[in-house]
Design a protein around this ligand. Sequence first.
Ligand code: HEC
Ligand code: HEC
Ligand code: HEC
Ligand code: HEC
Ligand code: HEC
Ligand code: HEC
Ligand code: HEC
Ligand code: HEC
Ligand code: HEC
Ligand code: HEC
Ligand code: HEC
Ligand code: HEC
Length: 291
Amino acid sequence: MSISKRISFRRILSGAAIVLACAGLSFAAQGKKVATVSIAPTPEQYAVQPQPLSAGQCAQCHTGPFQGLKDSGGRHQFACQSCHTVIHAYSPRKGNYDAIMPKCVSCHEAPHGAKITDCATCHSNPHTPKKIAVTAQITNFCYDCHGAVRKQLDTLPSKHTKVACTTCHTSHGFKPSCFTCHKPHAEGQTVPLCLQCHPVHQPRNIVFATNTPSNTCSTCHSAIVTKLSKGTSKHAALTCVTCHKGKHRFIPPCTDCHGKPHNTSFHEKYPRCLSCHIDVHDLPVMKPQAK
Ligand code: HEC
Ligand code: HEC
Ligand code: HEC
Ligand code: HEC
Ligand code: HEC
Ligand code: HEC
Ligand code: HEC
Ligand code: HEC
Ligand code: HEC
Ligand code: HEC
Ligand code: HEC
Ligand code: HEC
């Protein structure tokens, strides 16, 4: 049997099926195009579950908010929709802009106390929450949040007490270098060194670190520095702050280190050590004499 004969034999056997198939074919053949164009269907595009847009996808249209969050979002770097639960619902007719925008208080409960409420006056952009311009509003509130600093400035008044916070802190959190306004006492001094002696909000409360080298004193007390270093006594080996420890201008009694080395009657007769030892910075060194 030839192949064609076999096919026709089958057609005869399954007549009903063939009729149906032919009907289908003829319907397609007879049907007109319902569109003026031909576009092949691509149902595979619909075999997915839609996913929420990622921040990067929102950014395809909203570059500004995305860039803000990317550069300075800090702890706000999470999905846009965590805040924007409603989007693309603004209607000028409804005037609902404010209503659909996220509210700080939905996630933050009075972080600065009950007095400070209008978040946007300082946090002007929620996408850069820590970028806070130094405006009149924030200036009025420096003390509410930094009462301790105010107290420091007031309890030991100095010329810095009369300088406005914002003259130094030109943006919030910015810490100026001393050299913006001052020259160092000596070449090579660094800001951390300045701060060792001058707490910035109490610059006259000068406290020496125990390791302060004597050359830091030489800008103002050069004669003594020279005298001490050239001396021949054992004091020459000491740094200035070994004796003048702690606060600037502190003068130690000799007895702090030496007690009363001579016999009691002797000390009663000559209460001032320097009436014999003459100059603490350049002790005359001599042979022992009768005590
Ligand atoms: C921490 C919450 C928060 C996150 C996260 C956040 N937004 Fe916003 N967004 C806000 C608030 C609050 C406003 C309303 C600001 C106003 O009233 O001026 C706003 C306003 C907007 C606006 C309208 C005003 C404008 O700046 O154009 C757009 C658009 C916007 N956000 C897009 C985004 C996109 C995109 C993301 C993610 C990449 C995002 N936001 C993430 C809180 C957020
Ligand atoms: C294909 C572009 C496109 C994408 C993607 C897009 N938006 Fe928008 N969005 C717009 C347009 C256009 C407006 C209306 C004009 C305007 O306010 O900038 C708008 C307005 C907004 C607004 C303010 C007004 C309103 O009705 O809400 C917010 C907030 C916003 N979009 C957030 C988002 C967030 C969040 C995403 C990601 C989940 C996103 N958009 C994705 C185009 C887009
Ligand atoms: C959907 C909740 C949500 C909304 C709305 C929201 N925040 Fe936040 N915000 C957070 C979370 C979460 C953190 C991180 C908290 C943490 O780590 O303890 C945060 C942190 C912050 C921080 C500290 C940022 C940092 O990097 O340290 C500031 C400032 C802030 N938010 C201000 C605001 C302001 C102002 C608004 C209103 C414009 C606002 N937030 C709206 C959830 C939100
Ligand atoms: C007067 C200005 C001002 C106002 C008004 C204000 N903030 Fe702040 N906020 C600040 C400053 C300044 C910081 C410190 C930023 C920094 O760490 O550099 C801050 C920090 C924060 C932080 C982070 C706190 C932390 O411990 O890290 C959150 C959260 C915050 N603000 C939320 C809010 C919310 C919510 C409101 C409204 C109820 C608000 N702020 C109103 C100035 C303000
Ligand atoms: C709403 C409260 C608030 C206000 C108002 C505020 N600050 Fe702050 N400030 C903070 C918080 C919170 C921090 C970060 C936490 C910290 O280090 O104490 C901070 C940090 C700082 C820092 C950096 C601290 C550091 O150790 O790095 C300086 C400087 C500063 N503020 C100065 C100011 C000045 C000046 C003003 C007024 C113009 C001001 N602040 C107003 C809350 C505030
Ligand atoms: C003469 C300049 C100057 C003035 C005026 C000044 N500051 Fe400062 N402040 C500084 C410098 C510099 C630092 C950094 C000190 C450091 O690193 O130890 C600082 C540090 C700070 C800090 C963080 C460290 C701390 O001590 O808590 C805060 C907060 C602060 N200043 C707030 C204020 C406030 C509020 C005022 C006004 C009442 C003010 N400052 C006035 C220069 C100044
Ligand atoms: C924005 C400018 C500015 C900055 C920054 C600044 N100061 Fe001053 N400081 C002043 C002014 C103004 C005076 C008063 C000067 C005068 O009247 O001769 C002063 C005075 C002083 C005095 C003398 C105080 C007194 O009452 O006699 C000391 C000490 C001092 N500053 C140390 C520092 C140190 C240390 C730093 C850095 C941590 C610093 N200052 C940062 C402006 C500044
Ligand atoms: C070893 C401690 C020490 C260091 C470090 C130090 N100072 Fe001083 N500073 C002093 C003493 C002490 C005075 C004098 C105070 C007095 O007159 O009672 C003084 C005075 C000042 C004065 C007041 C004006 C003047 O010249 O008499 C300024 C301004 C000053 N220092 C700025 C600075 C700066 C800026 C630095 C960092 C480069 C710095 N100091 C480092 C101890 C120090
Ligand atoms: C910026 C200048 C400056 C620096 C730096 C400086 N002093 Fe002075 N010091 C002074 C001034 C000004 C006086 C007061 C002088 C007067 O009253 O005749 C003084 C006085 C003193 C006095 C005497 C107090 C009294 O009652 O007579 C001692 C002690 C002293 N300083 C120690 C030191 C030591 C130690 C250092 C270094 C660690 C130092 N000083 C650094 C400026 C400075
Ligand atoms: C901070 C401690 C301290 C103070 C204060 C002090 N001295 Fe000394 N002094 C020493 C030390 C350390 C030596 C060396 C001791 C050694 O090596 O045996 C010394 C040595 C001496 C010597 C022996 C000198 C030599 O070269 O043999 C005399 C004398 C002396 N001191 C007198 C005084 C007098 C007087 C005063 C007060 C005006 C004084 N000292 C204050 C620590 C101090
Ligand atoms: C051994 C301890 C000691 C050392 C080291 C020392 N001093 Fe003194 N200094 C004293 C004593 C004690 C006095 C008080 C003397 C008096 O009563 O006449 C004094 C007085 C002073 C005075 C005020 C009186 C004057 O002579 O002008 C200054 C300033 C001074 N010292 C600076 C310094 C400097 C700077 C150094 C470092 C180069 C230094 N001292 C090292 C113990 C010391
Ligand atoms: C009447 C003079 C006189 C008086 C006052 C005096 N000394 Fe002396 N001191 C001497 C003589 C002299 C020596 C021995 C010379 C030497 O060793 O260089 C001496 C030695 C010392 C020595 C060195 C001791 C040793 O073993 O090397 C010290 C330390 C000392 N005196 C501390 C003091 C102190 C502290 C006072 C005050 C409480 C004081 N002196 C008061 C005259 C005096």
